[in-house]
Each structure stands twice: as C-alpha cells, then as structure tokens.
Design a protein around this ligand. Structure first.
Ligand SMILES: [Cu+2]
Length: 423
C-alpha cells in the first residue's frame, strides 16, 4: 500500500469509526445486550435438518431461506432484488442479492428432497438463476436464452427438481455483471447418510471481491482491480467468528464467485479437502494442508479436528485481500517530514532515526477498530484491539473451552429470543 493511499485510508477509517461509534452508543441504549450476529446461525426449530441426523450448516452473517412443504415438495420463495448492505458498519454498499440479503440466503436441504423454487425478478432488468453443480433437467438449468427465456422484471419463474447429489453447491445469476453485483447464494445438500467421520460443526462461507471507489456505493462491475474482499458479505473485523468447542470436528464449506482465486489459510491446524463443487470427494483423504486455493466457481469443503484452543485466523492469503478499501490515490506520494511522525506511527521508529530517510516507510497496517466489530456474542473474550490486523477476507476460527462455548451459546440464544420477540 503506498503512503498516500494508506494515509487516506486512515482518514476514512477515522471518519467511519466516529460515525459507527455514534451509532453503536445509540444502539446500546435501545439494545443493552449484544445484538444477534446472525439470526441464520440459530438452528431452525423446524426445517431441513431439525429432526435429521446431520448437523445444520451455519452461514455466519447470512440468513437461511425458509420453506414450506406442499404435497411432499419443499417450496422456497426467492426474490432477486437490489439490496442495501454494509461490508463494515459505516461503509454502505448498493449491491444486488436475494430476499434482502447479499449474498442471498442459504438453501439447505437433504439428498433425495424434491424442491420447488419460485423465483421472482424484482430487478430492473432480465435475470435467470443457475443452480451451480446440480444435475437438473436442462430446462431447469437457468441459462437465459438457452434453457429458458430470461425472466423479465416483475415476472416469476418456477424451478422444480429432485436432488440426487449431496455436497456444497450454489445458486447465482447467469449474467456475469449481475454476479459482480453480488448475486450468489449457498445451496447445501446434506447426504442421506452422514459422511464419516461425522462433523460436530458445519459452516459455509462465500468469497467475493468488489470494486467500489471512495465516496461511491455502487460496485464497478467492469473493474479488474478489487478493493473490498468479503466472507459472506462482510469484511474483517465485521465478519462473525466461527466458534467451536475444543476437540470438535469441523467442516467449513468455501465457495468463490468473483474475478480472483483465493488461497484460504487456516492457522494452527491442518485440514483435508473432503469435497469440491461436484460434491463429496472420494476418501481416504491423505493430503494434509493448511492453505487451499478456492478458484472462481469452485467449492472446497475442508475438515479438521479442532485440537488446539485459541483464536485462529482463517483468511485469504493474497496480501491485498487482507486489507480494506485498497485504492490508489492521485497526487504526490506522501513522505512524512522529519519531526512529524505520521498518526499511528509514534514510537515505531528507532530513536534518532528519521522516518523520511527509510525507503518504503510506512508499511504496517495496524488499525484497531473494535467499535466497528460491534458487540456480538461470538467475540466474547477476545483481547482489546483484536481488530488491529483483521481486514478484508478474514475471520477467526475460535477453538474454545466448553465453558466459554456454552456462555457464547447462551448469549446467542438470548439474542435470538429477543429478535423473535421484537418481530
Ligand atoms: Cu483472495
């Protein structure tokens, strides 16, 4: 990051931070307890998997799409529409998504289910949804002009098929520019018989890159450089940590739709890739890894035993994907004059050293923004300034002792109850 870009970003963060802090204190007056991070994280009382033998998938910061059973068919209603969202509090974005969410809500079903998806197009232009990786009849494939006429604005189209596969799939617009506005959602199909070894926790993350210029809210879908990187529509530190209990077996489903491939790295543990966008891979899984490239249009399921207690980073390892608001600035490169240290760099220079004589200074990206992360239960117990280096496509896998896990679960259940009560 060059000097002017970085100092500009510092300014932005300060402004955003002040605005967010105001909002946060206003929030705290009306909601004294931590707000629910994600109503979709709470397992459904009734739903695809409530009575089943599989663990429900948790998609942090994204809801689950509800359904009704009509004549043995699971019926879903999906609306393609413009969505106002925030990657971080104070960073508004005008994206496109589904049912008020970007990415769209997670469709979660079981192998063997018959599903009917009624798709309403509330976009100002034509659209059709493709079911990526699913083996469906050609006229259900969602390719405008080939397998069906495009769905015109204001019109609906019904898709119906039986799921004979299991694994991590997704739905997305089959129009590339609409994809870059955010139009994707997870489509998880649980196996009829759980895979061995069983997992105790199952998570899903959608990886996206965005080009949004300063003072702008609309993604530039023609761009080839991306300055915002998100997991499930949030940038660090607004991504909600994945909380697991020590000793549990964990699956994380990673899906990428964008212009870049993302090497996703997990700290502290080794994992195996157990599935792709084609479903479950064939075991035994012998190659241990801690970094997996999730290419565009690919899904990668990773599984590991959460052996080690700690707050472990899970992030894209491309250096620029570990940042927020990466933009080049017009104008002279900034060189800090002697005797005028840059804000945030006091004490970073060896005594007697002139920072303006050190080529490349500054480079650190330490920007604590705890106030932007909110007060959700999943961050309980993290140290102060934990957000200092949490940016971009980055979250935490928190492997915690049972006692802390139960406390977090209790807070989440209480928050979910309050959300229910306020409806
Ligand atoms: Cu990346």
């Amino acid at each position: 990051m060059n000097n002017s870009r970085r100092s500009f970003f510092r300014g932005l963060i300060t402004i955003a931070g002040v605005a967010a802090a105001d909002r946060a204190s206003a929030d705290q007056m009306t909601h004294p307890m931590p707000a629910p991070a994600n109503p979709g994280q709470v397992p459904p009382v009734t739903g695809a998997t409530a009575a089943g033998t599989v663990v429900p998938v948790v998609t942090p910061d994204l809801p689950r799409l509800p359904f009704e059973i009509v004549g043995g068919v699971k019926v879903f209603n999906l609306r393609a529409e413009p969505v106002k969202t925030e990657f971080l509090p104070g960073r508004p974005v005008d994206a496109w998504g589904f049912n008020g969410s970007v990415p769209g809500p997670t469709i979660e079903v079981n192998e063997g289910d018959r599903v009917r998806i009624i798709l309403e197009n509330r976009l100002p232009e034509m659209f059709a949804p493709h079911w990526h990786g699913l083996e469906v009849p050609s006229n259900m494939d969602g390719v405008p002009g080939i397998s069906q006429p495009p769905i015109k604005p204001g019109e609906s189209h019904t898709y119906e098929f039986t799921l004979h596969q299991n694994g991590t799939f997704f739905y997305h617009s089959h129009m590339p520019m609409q994809e870059m506005m955010g139009m994707i959602g997870l489509f998880v199909v649980h196996p009829a018989k759980p895979h061995a070894p069983r997992v105790d926790r199952d998570f899903g993350l959608i990886l996206q890159g965005w080009a949004i210029l300063p003072n702008n809210t609309v993604p530039n879908t023609l761009a080839m450089e991306f300055n915002w990187l998100t997991f499930n529509g949030k940038s660090g530190p607004a991504t909600t940590p994945l909380v697991v209990k020590r000793g549990e077996r964990v699956r994380i489903r990673l899906v990428n739709l964008g212009m870049d491939h993302h090497p996703i790295h997990l700290h502290g543990h080794q994992f195996h890739v157990t599935g792709t966008e084609a479903g479950r891979a064939k075991g035994p899984f012998t190659m241990a890894e801690n970094t997996v490239i999730v290419g565009v249009a690919q899904a990668r399921d990773i599984e590991f035993d959460a052996k080690y207690v700690g707050d472990w980073m899970l992030h894209c390892h491309l250096p620029h994907h570990m940042m927020n608001q990466m933009v080049s600035m017009v104008g002279p490169m900034m060189v800090p004059p002697k005797g005028a240290p840059m804000p945030g760099h006091e004490g970073h220079v060896m005594p007697g050293q002139d920072p303006s004589k050190v080529p490349g200074f500054p480079q650190d990206m330490w920007m604590p923004m705890d106030e932007l992360a909110g007060r959700k239960p999943e961050i309980l117990g993290l140290p102060e300034q934990w957000t200092g280096a949490m940016m971009g496509m980055m979250t935490l896998v928190r492997v915690v002792e049972p006692e802390l896990f139960d406390r977090i679960e209790r807070l989440r259940a209480e928050a979910a109850k309050r959300t229910e009560g306020s409806r």
